[in-house]
Write a protein that binds this ligand. Structure first.
Ligand SMILES: *Cc1c(COP(=O)(O)O)cnc(C)c1O
Length: 393
C-alpha cells in the first residue's frame, strides 16, 4: 500500500492506491513506461541483486505495472498482484504452480469455458486430471476431495448461468485437506466481493472486463495472499506472460472510476432485470441480486453488490424468432467481452460445457450486459426485440 490507506473506504483506495505523483514530476497518473531495455547506471549496479520493484528488464515490470498491481491488491484485500496479458492467461498462470504430474483439480461446473478447456485439453497431457462438480455442492465438496487434489477452482456467479457457490464452506473443506482455493472474481470485482475474507487463496480476473471498463484493452490479474504470491510470481516469470504497458495504463485509468461505474451498472441492471421478470416472453432471470434467484441468499451473505451481467431464460422460441430478436436490437451490441460502458446481448448455450449436472432450461438463454445507458432506453430496445420476435412464426 503506497499511502496509508489501511481502513480507508474502497472509493478512497481506488483513487489513491499505487500513485506517487512526485516521483513523476507531479503528474497525477503514473506514466506509460514503454521499455524493453532498462539501462544500468554503472557496472556495480548492473551486478547488484535487484529487488522485485526495481525495474531491470521490460518483462519484469516498471512503475506502470506496479501501480495497477497495488491498486488491485488493495481493493481486493490481497497481499500482492501479478498482471498478465489476458484474463485467460491469468487463469492458467494461477493454476499451474499448484499442480504436478499425478495431481487432481476440482472445478465448478459453471466456470468460464476456456478455463475449463485448459483443464480438459491441456493439463491431461501433463498428467493432471480434473473433476467438475455441481456449483451448489457447498460443504459436500469434502467427499469429492481426493488425496491428490491440489486445487479447487470456483467462479461465482458463473458468467453464463450465474450459479453461486458457498465459498466459505467450500474453502473450509478444501483447506482441511491442504487444497488451494482459486476463484475467478471477474463478475463482482474486488469492490463487490472480497475473496480472501471468504477463504480463497488466489483471485483471478479478466481485467479486460470492468477493470479496463471501456472495451479497449485485454488484461488479466492474479491477486494473491502472502503464501500464494511466491509460487504464482515464479510461474508468471517462468511463462513470461507479462502485460503490455499501454494496456496496463488503460486499465489503471479505468479502475479509478470503477466504483461509480459499478454502482450504475448495478442500478441499471437491477431495473432491467426486474422489468424482464414481468415479461411474458421471459421464463426466468438469472441474477443473484434478485430475491427469486436460487443463489440470492449466498449472494446477500457474501457479496456487497452485483454487476451488470446476467442471464435471461426465454420461453421456448425458435431460431427465426431469436434471430428477429437480436437483429432488432439497436442499443445492445452483439459481442462477448462485457464490462465496458455499453450494453451487450448475445445468445448463450452453456449446456455443451457441463458434465457434473445437466443444464436444462425452459427455453433459450440469452446473456445481457447492462451498460451505462438510461435503462428506459434499454428496456425500449428490448421491447422492440420482443415485438420483432412476434412477427415470425
Ligand atoms: C472474459 C473472461 C475471462 C477471460 O478473459 P480474457 O481477458 O478474455 O482472456 C475469464 N473469466 C471470466 C469470468 C471472463 O468473463
Amino acid at each position: 500500500m503506497s499511502k496509508n490507506l489501511k481502513g480507508k473506504q474502497p472509493e478512497t483506495v481506488l483513487t489513491h492506491s499505487g500513485r506517487d505523483p512526485l516521483a513523476h514530476f507531479g503528474a497525477v497518473n503514473t506514466p506509460v513506461f514503454r521499455a524493453s531495455t532498462i539501462l544500468a547506471p554503472s557496472y556495480a549496479d548492473r551486478k547488484r541483486e535487484k529487488g522485485e520493484r526495481e525495474p531491470r528488464y521490460g518483462r519484469r515490470g516498471t512503475p506502470t505495472t506496479f501501480t495497477l498491481e497495488d491498486v488491485l491488491a488493495d481493493i481486493e484485500g490481497g497481499d500482492q498482484c501479478v498482471l498478465c496479458p489476458s484474463g485467460l492467461s491469468a487463469v492458467t498462470t494461477a493454476i499451474l504452480p499448484f499442480v504436478s504430474q499425478g495431481d487432481h483439480i476440482l472445478m465448478a461446473d459453471c466456470v468460464y469455458g476456456p478455463a475449463r478447456n485448459f483443464t480438459t485439453k491441456f493439463l491431461p497431457r501433463y498428467g493432471v486430471e480434473t473433476t467438475f462438480f455441481d456449483p451448489a455442492v457447498g460443504g459436500g465438496i469434502a467427499s469429492l476431495i481426493q488425496d491428490n487434489t491440489k486445487v479447487v477452482y470456483l467462479e461465482a456467479p458463473g458468467s453464463q448461468t450465474f450459479e453461486m457457490q458457498d465459498m466459505p464452506a467450500i474453502a473450509a473443506a478444501a483447506h482441511a485437506r491442504g487444497c488451494i482455493v482459486i476463484t475467478d472474481n471477474t463478475w463482482a470485482t474486488g469492490l463487490f466481493f472480497k475473496p480472501f475474507a471468504h477463504g480463497c487463496d488466489v483471485s483471478v480476473h479478466a481485467a479486460t472486463k470492468y477493470i479496463v471498463g471501456h472495451s479497449d484493452a485485454m488484461l488479466g490479474a492474479i491477486t494473491c495472499t502472502e503464501a500464494t504470491y511466491g509460487p504464482i510470481r515464479e510461474m508468471w516469470s517462468l511463462l513470461g506472460v507479462a502485460a503490455a504497458p499501454d494496456d496496463v495504463y488503460l486499465a489503471t485509468r479505468g479502475v479509478r472510476t470503477m466504483q461509480v461505474r459499478l454502482e450504475q451498472h448495478q442500478k441499471n441492471a437491477t431495473e432491467v432485470a426486474k422489468w424482464l421478470q414481468g415479461r411474458a416472453e421471459v421464463a426466468r432471470v438469472l441474477y443473484p441480486a434478485l430475491e427469486s434467484d436460487p443463489g440470492h441468499a449466498l449472494w446477500k451473505r457474501d457479496f456487497t453488490g452485483a454487476s451488470g451481467l446476467f442471464g435471461v431464460v426465454l420461453q421456448p422460441a425458435n431460431e427465426a424468432q431469436l434471430e428477429a430478436f437480436f437483429d432488432a436490437l439497436e442499443l445492445f451490441g452483439m459481442g462477448s467481452s462485457w464490462g465496458g460502458y455499453e450494453s451487450l446481448a448475445i445468445p448463450a448455450d452453456p449446456g455443451g460445457n457441463r458434465t457434473a449436472t445437466k443444464w436444462a432450461p425452459e427455453g433459450p438463454l440469452i446473456r445481457l450486459h447492462i451498460g451505462l445507458e438510461n435503462p428506459a432506453d434499454l428496456m425500449a430496445d428490448l421491447d422492440a426485440g420482443f415485438a420483432a420476435m412476434k412477427t415470425v412464426g
